[in-house]
Design a protein around this ligand. Structure first.
Ligand SMILES: [Zn+2]
Length: 315
């Protein structure tokens, strides 16, 4: 088998996951602008602790979005997150104390920030997409908000229901069924990087948001390590401030604030947040990108070169 092609990737990666099913893999187009033109920025990335494998990451020639170029079918990711993700990657089937207190604390910090900055003025209805154990919802519930959440990680959802009686359910975000124009607030804290199809998820969120409703996106943002460790198999895409805003704009939200200020506290170093508001008008994304809201290949390459230079080899 030829080294460094799509079949080479598939064989090695399914082997690594100990997966016997022969899932289909294909090259995908840019998930923001739809272009098939891109350049590879790295090909051997982290598959777990000190293990690296062939999985090319590309930058879109048109808008600069950074993503994994090879993608399996939807069914693969359903299995990946309900089975392999915990077993293979974390080896822990229930959440640790630290994880739980971190989620609680982050939820509270987000609530306080939105309140303090007047993004939310009165209670309403909210959704947490990719909610994990659902503890982000707790401070909102305590203040009388009507909340619900979903996650494809079955163990964590069951934990949140059993232990905290939270209004969450085991579900892939792509399969959500939401009432149109019903939500005042939607939060997607780092989950858009993991889901199978962010456009289906964002479209559903956009339709479910009230005009004037808020969307909060969080992404990993700037690397805290060398790029071969930053890029890893379970993050299917890598948002920058610009591409996170583009994803929002594409789906009808106008960004109000994008920042790496630690809105949810100090435990997510490098993270970037965008808070946007749902508008009721058609947007011409291509025009916006062409007018300059994009990152060139050089900009993307030198971003990661910079972090490779400042971080030590073992980081
Ligand atoms: Zn693009």
């Amino acid at each position: 088998m030829k080294k460094n092609n799509i079949n080479y990737f598939k064989k090695n990666y399914l082997n690594f996951l100990n997966c016997k099913i022969n899932y289909k893999v294909k090259k995908i187009r840019c998930e923001i602008c739809g272009s098939s033109k891109n350049h590879k920025i790295i090909d051997y990335i982290s598959w777990g602790a000190k293990r690296y494998g062939y999985m090319p990451i590309v930058s879109c020639d048109i808008c600069g979005f950074v993503f994994q170029n090879f993608r399996f079918s939807k069914h693969f990711y359903e299995n990946f997150y309900s089975k392999y993700y915990r077993e293979k990657i974390f080896k822990n089937l229930s959440p640790s104390k630290n994880f739980l207190s971190d989620q609680k604390e982050r939820g509270l910090k987000l609530f306080k920030f939105l309140k303090k900055e007047n993004f939310i003025k009165k209670k309403g209805k909210m959704l947490d997409v990719g909610c994990s154990t659902g503890l982000f919802l707790k401070p909102f519930l305590n203040q009388g908000w009507e909340c619900f959440g979903n996650d494809p990680d079955k163990n964590y959802i069951e934990y949140g229901i059993k232990k905290y009686n939270l209004p969450i359910k085991f579900e892939q975000a792509e399969n959500m069924s939401l009432k149109k124009k019903s939500l005042d607030l939607i939060i997607i804290m780092g989950s858009l990087e993991h889901c199978f199809n962010p456009n289906i998820v964002m479209k559903k969120c956009s339709q479910a948001a009230k005009v004037g409703g808020l969307l909060v996106l969080e992404a990993r943002g700037n690397p805290q390590s060398k790029s071969k460790n930053y890029f890893n198999h379970n993050h299917h895409r890598y948002f920058s401030e610009n591409s996170q805003e583009l994803m929002m704009i594409k789906h009808g939200f106008i960004p109000l604030l994008t920042t790496s200020y630690p809105i949810t506290g100090p435990t997510r170093k490098g993270g970037i947040y965008t808070i946007g508001i749902k508008k009721n008008k058609k947007i011409n994304l291509k025009k916006i990108i062409n007018s300059g809201k994009k990152e060139s290949l050089g900009t993307v390459i030198y971003k990661y070169k910079y972090f490779d230079k400042i971080y030590k080899d073992n980081s």
